[in-house]
Design a protein around this ligand. Structure first.
Ligand code: AMP
Length: 144
């Protein structure tokens, strides 16, 4: 990779990891954080990120991915149950040309219902109370 696409710790998810800005957390362990997307493409849209800095999938260490993916699966299962979804879409963008807007590796987990289109990517900001309630629903499933 050339120097034009390196990790910049000033990105918004880096700030969330350092506690500089808040998030609606649904899960955390030593390696991973999962929290609600503030501009959800459907109710229950969660982002799963590694704590180890990587810009995206292209520069991530495979060992980081190996620890991240079981959490992606765990959150996907919990979100599916919490929202009685028919399916789960997992999305991951790499570089601006592919749609990436925040440059810390993340996986989108989006509950889907039959016949319901996704809302736009980085569209409308959701109400904080709604995000908090949706986070609680997923946390409830993780605990069971
Ligand atoms: P992308 O980099 O395009 O895969 O997407 C970045 C995602 O981060 C978008 O879905 C945004 O809605 C979401 N987002 C941006 N800022 C925040 C934030 N402070 N907390 C939670 N989600 C965010």
């Amino acid at each position: 990779m050339d120097g034009s696409a390196s990790y910049d710790s000033n990105n918004i998810f880096g700030k969330i990891l350092r506690g500089e800005i808040p998030c609606h957390r649904v899960y955390e362990d030593d390696e991973t954080l999962a929290f609600m997307d503030v501009m959800p493409q459907a109710a229950g849209h969660v982002l799963v990120i590694p704590k180890t800095p990587s810009r995206n999938l292209l520069d991530a260490d495979p060992s980081v991915l190996a620890r991240l993916m079981p959490v992606v699966q765990k959150i996907a299962r919990a979100a599916k149950d919490a929202f009685e979804a028919d399916g789960i879409t997992v999305i991951q963008f790499n570089e601006p040309a592919a749609g990436q807007t925040v440059f810390h590796l993340h996986f989108h987990i989006i509950p889907r219902h039959e016949g319901q289109a996704l809302r736009p990517h980085s569209g409308q900001m959701e109400d904080g109370d709604v995000l908090a309630a949706n986070a609680e629903k997923i946390i409830g499933e993780l605990g069971s």
